[in-house]
Design a protein around this ligand. Structure first.
Ligand SMILES: [Zn+2]
Length: 264
């Protein structure tokens, strides 16, 4: 009889427990009290993590691990925010051995340049996806006074200054935040284009920017990944026409490309 490990839901609380986005101060306003956090002691959280991983092992067995035990061959490098609301099961792709993912506050390329270099230059993947998300606490914190934060947090927020300087201050705060999240993606794409100019010149890779929108800011449905930038191109029609989109059904492409803010 198949053994069942009832731990999957509790794993979510561990993700939050180790995520910087769940710390107090400037980031705290993104995280109201939620059920997953209220009754979990540290020992229950680590118990859930171990049981959850055992469930995964039981479900997948050796046949899952053997193909990649001696090396990885992912086809996608992703730079994502550490925010625990941004799920790792991107697009439904099984992430193991398929997605090389780097996470930090504000999905920043230059804060993790070595890790991104490894994905792009050594593996190498032909796609680099830089993914922001609606309601990003890092961008929100950078829009305000974060002088009381730790030196580590300040060092990771300071590089967002050019993004915040471009804020047009039009609309209410939530509108401005949404636009700044998209501007940050554009900013990170631009940084990546400079780092990997040689590979772009030879058509060896494509840099894609997008926003994971669980607030439905783009009006395409909660949880949609909205493509906002391809190799620095932010015009919606030009993105739709880009060769990297050619194998995707046109209606699907249209529903996954959008823009809230003019490019930097
Ligand atoms: Zn974020």
């Amino acid at each position: 009889m198949k053994k069942i490990y009832p731990a999957k839901k509790m794993l979510l609380s561990l993700a939050c427990a180790v995520s910087l986005a769940c710390t107090p101060a400037a980031f705290a306003s993104d995280h109201g009290a939620n059920e997953a956090q209220t009754d979990k002691t540290p020992t229950k959280t680590i118990k859930a993590a171990l049981e959850g991983n055992d469930q995964f092992r039981y479900d997948h067995r050796d046949k899952h691990f053997e193909p990649f035990q001696d090396g990885q061959v992912p086809n996608l490098t992703v730079v994502s925010c550490s925010d625990s609301r941004v799920h790792t099961q991107l697009f439904g792709i099984q992430p193991d051995n398929n997605i090389f993912i780097i996470r930090n506050v504000g999905n920043q390329v230059t804060n993790s340049e070595g890790s991104v270099d490894y994905g792009v230059r050594h593996l190498p993947t032909k796609i680099l996806l830089i993914m922001g998300h609606s309601g990003c606490g890092a961008v929100k914190a950078a829009m305000g006074d974060y002088s009381g934060e730790t030196s580590g947090i300040k060092a990771e927020l300071d590089p967002l200054k050019p993004v915040i300087d471009a804020d047009d201050h039009q609309g209410d705060f939530s509108v401005r935040l949404g636009k700044n999240v998209e501007r940050n993606v554009d900013f990170q794409v631009k940084a990546a284009m400079e780092l990997y100019a040689d590979k772009l010149k030879d058509d060896q890779m494509v840099i894609v920017g997008g926003v994971y929108d669980f607030q439905n800011l783009y009006g395409k449905g909660r949880g949609t990944l909205v493509i906002t930038n391809v190799n620095g191109v932010t015009d919606i029609n030009k993105i739709i026409a880009h060769p990297v989109m050619e194998s995707i059904y046109k209606g699907t492409v249209v529903n996954h490309v959008g823009s809230l803010a003019p490019a930097l």
